[in-house]
Ligand binder design. Structure first.
Ligand code: FES
Length: 566
């Protein structure tokens, strides 16, 4: 049943500027930006865009914001576009730039909070596209707690070269093939020039599409928001519909606190698992929950993974791209199937003003005879979820693995320690990465990196070199949603804080056990105590600027790497 809320004045915040005598300057400035006397009576909606020209995920967002504004104005509201930042994970080139990626999530949240609260907007629409944009936007919406809707910029179309479909990961894997000598220079260039055909976020079930799909499931974007590709006409139509939806939210004073609940977080994580989403979702939902005042734990996420089968054959471990989902009914069709089978809650409120069940009443049905992207519950790709939280003497406060079953469930090997992801690329180019090794990339955590870099470059290069099923990789950093293979990230405590991962030496025996959920370093307690006695905490890699601040404030990956809590 739809929750009823008490109607009140719709411009409950902006009236402070537009209706009170003591703010003549504010009113004068609003006339200065073009508002009329009539507009002064209307609610004001901030439209936060992470649009910028330098990234395909974000290059079209300012354009979409204009459509959002048209829909807002058409519904008797004032729409005011503002910008905040984005950082492209695909263009950070390893640790140097990647250090800024995860911190950008919190900068996005902080900047949206700052503008919306400072400027007294009655509601906010976020128009976002790349990995950290979505969780940053939702964290801000949860903190501000005014009527809010997220618009996803949409997935990219796939690229093509010599009959092969391509995406961003194809470019990284081409590098591994180049190292392995299995691709010509011409084909290498061909892949690079054709992998990314235009606007949209990375096209597999990587982090952007994971967050977009699961945020739709959580109820904070309109149905199909995650399924329309960036260049599909439905994306513009979605933008134009935002005004009417926002009007409903204002009239009923429906805020993120009415939408983000333990149940809706479960819906988001269930869809993440069913679709084979990124491990980054774990980090982001821990943070989103905290922003909403809900104490979600790693063990609760594990429980959701345990009860949810992996159903979708989507990249990186599967065959299909997010652009293929729309034709089979999109995320609403998947949600409907999960709801009909008791796997998601139907009574959660959403930004349509209706419940999940009400939204899904008209959603398409999955046709298991006609499509091969989403498998039926009777024949899942994997009976339980791919997200696995591992503990053990190498990760006493947890780590996160993505186990689809294709890479096996247990790996034992000898440690090859790399203090930086670039060492993996060097070692690979020298033929020093050998079958049977567990590559340990440390000092890549939230503080030690800083910024908990993604290991897309080393993992893709390992795949490209044909070693994907012969080595494993553990790190206190993160993995891109594009990563596949036997990988365990988010190892906590991180090396910089003296976590056991700091004590590993080359040649140590390590077991990754996804069934027993243990990450074990086979070194005696006495030996570990001796190594600990000799361990010296490194100096913080930065003391000033964004990264210096980040090191001082960021919490552990097991706490979502939040930066706004003591
Ligand atoms: Fe933006 Fe991949 S770099 S989604």
């Amino acid at each position: 049943m739809t929750t009823e809320t008490t109607p009140t004045s719709l411009n409950r915040f902006s009236q402070t500027l537009t209706q009170k005598m003591d703010n003549p300057a504010a009113k004068a400035m609003l006339y200065g930006v073009g508002l009329t006397a009539d507009d002064m009576q209307k609610p004001q909606i901030g439209i936060a865009s992470t649009g910028y020209e330098g990234n395909t995920c974000n290059m079209h967002l300012n354009g979409l914001s204009v459509y959002v504004k048209q829909g807002i104005q058409a519904n008797g509201l004032v729409g005011l576009i503002f910008n905040t930042i984005g950082v492209s994970d695909g263009m950070t080139n390893g640790n140097d730039g990647m250090r800024y990626s995860l911190p950008s999530r919190d900068l996005i949240a902080d900047s949206i909070e700052s503008v919306v609260v400072a400027q007294w907007y009655d509601g906010v629409v976020t128009v976002v596209g790349c990995d950290k944009n979505m969780p940053g936007a939702i964290m801000a919406m949860a903190r501000i707690n005014r009527p809010s809707i997220m618009v996803y910029g949409g997935t990219i179309r796939s690229g093509h070269y010599k009959g092969q479909k391509l995406d961003i990961v194809s470019a990284f894997e081409a590098l591994g093939k180049k190292y392995a000598g299995t691709i010509s220079d011409e084909d290498y260039e061909g892949v690079i020039q054709n992998a990314i055909p235009g606007a949209g976020a990375c096209g597999g079930m990587y982090t952007a599409n994971t967050m977009a799909s699961s945020i739709e499931a959580m109820g904070l974007s309109l149905p199909f928001s995650s399924s329309y590709p960036a260049t599909h006409e439905g994306k513009q139509e979605e933008c134009k519909k935002i005004g009417a939806a926002m009007r409903v939210l204002l009239e009923r004073n429906i805020t993120p606190a009415d939408i983000i609940s333990r149940k809706s977080l479960e819906n988001a994580l269930t869809v993440t698992v069913a679709l084979g989403g990124s491990t980054n979702a774990v980090l982001h939902y821990l943070a989103i929950a905290r922003a909403a005042g809900i104490n979600l734990t790693l063990d609760e996420i594990q429980a959701i993974s345990d009860r949810t089968p992996l159903l979708a054959d989507l990249k990186p471990s599967g065959k299909y791209y997010m652009e293929d989902m729309l034709a089979i009914g999109g995320v609403p069709a998947v949600m409907k199937y999960l709801y009909q089978n008791g796997l998601i809650h139907g009574d959660c409120l959403t930004v349509t003003g209706k419940t999940v069940a009400e939204n899904l009443a008209d959603a398409p049905d999955l046709d298991f005879d006609a499509q091969k992207i989403v498998f039926p519950l009777s024949q899942p790709i994997k009976k339980t979820g791919h997200l696995q939280v591992l503990y053990g003497n190498l990760a006493p406060t947890g780590s996160v693995a993505k186990i689809t079953g294709k890479e096996g469930e247990r790996f034992e090997g000898t440690a090859k320690v790399c203090e930086h992801e670039s060492e993996v690329i060097d070692a690979l180019s020298k033929g020093e990465i050998l079958p049977g090794q567990v590559i340990v990339i440390r000092n890549s955590g939230p503080k030690g990196g800083p910024g908990m870099s993604e290991m897309l470059k080393p993992t893709s290069a390992i795949m490209g070199a044909g070693l994907g099923d012969k080595v494993a990789l553990i790190t206190d950093g993160r993995f891109s949603g594009g990563t596949h293979g036997f990988v365990v990230g988010h190892v906590t405590p991180e090396a910089f804080e003296g976590g056991p991962i700091a004590l590993v030496k080359d040649g140590d025996l390590i077991t990754l056990d996804a069934v027993g959920r243990q990450l074990t370093l086979h070194v005696s307690d006495d030996e570990l105590a001796q190594r600990r006695a000799q361990w010296v905490q490194p100096a913080p890699p930065f003391t000033k600027g964004v990264l210096g601040k980040y090191i001082r404030h960021v919490k552990s990956a097991s706490e979502g790497c939040v930066t706004d809590e003591v």
